[in-house]
Design a protein around this ligand. Structure first.
Ligand SMILES: [Zn+2]
Length: 211
């Protein structure tokens, strides 16, 4: 199902993240097979040569572009011939998916593993049974009563996403079981930081990863 078009949409989003609109502009002037020079790109994109070079090196750093250079015999300067490395895009996308998968799988395992308790206040965190017991089933934040918290909706939502990602990763040839083996460690990290319990409390707004 991975058509060339979707590959290029992904390429664009990856490139945009690396260097914004200018990077998208530069990348759109690069080709996988035909080489082009930074000067030609600068002229077509109506950008300063330095800006073009900066973007090109960023793309090179991300292994999205590669170059070949030859020395101009008359000037002694190097001329760089650039081209795109599109097969690298798929790699990036898969590794990104794997990261998200592990995050969600860890979160799902955490939700399944514990019973949670919570007061009536929206902004207060959830507590595990042990934590709730230690506090005599009173919320340490507001003093309200801690009652059993039904997380079945959260589990349902997470399970669905995890399943989708797993399928997509497997289709890309990723050994998802090997990924799962890394999950246990992550759970212990989550438990260590009780702040995660508070973050896990929100239904949809836990993802505040601003850039
Ligand atoms: Zn509370």
């Amino acid at each position: 199902m991975s058509t060339l078009d979707t590959d290029y949409n992904l390429l664009e989003s990856v490139v945009r993240e690396i260097g914004g609109d200018e990077a998208v502009k530069v990348a759109s002037l690069l080709d996988p097979t035909e080489e082009t020079t930074d000067e030609a790109i600068a002229a077509s994109a109506d950008m300063k040569l330095n800006a073009v070079r900066k973007v090109l090196y960023r793309l090179y750093d991300a292994r999205l572009a590669e170059f070949r250079r030859i020395r101009d015999k008359s000037t002694g300067w190097f001329i760089y011939f650039w081209r795109l490395k599109p097969n690298r895009v798929e790699e990036l996308v898969i590794s990104r998916k794997a990261t998200v998968y592990r995050k969600l799988k860890t979160r799902l395992d955490y939700e399944k593993k514990y019973h949670f308790f919570k007061c009536d206040q929206e902004y207060c965190p959830r507590y595990t049974f042990d934590e709730a017991m230690e506090n005599n089933f009173r919320c340490p934040e507001c003093g309200g009563e801690l009652r059993a918290f039904d997380n079945s909706e959260i589990i349902k939502r997470l399970s669905k996403k995890v399943k989708e990602l797993r399928k997509s990763l497997e289709e890309s040839g990723v050994d998802v079981d090997a990924l799962d083996n890394g999950v246990l460690e992550d759970i212990n990290q989550i438990i260590a930081s009780s702040k995660m319990a508070a973050a896990a409390n929100g239904s949809g707004n836990a993802d505040q990863s601003s850039k």
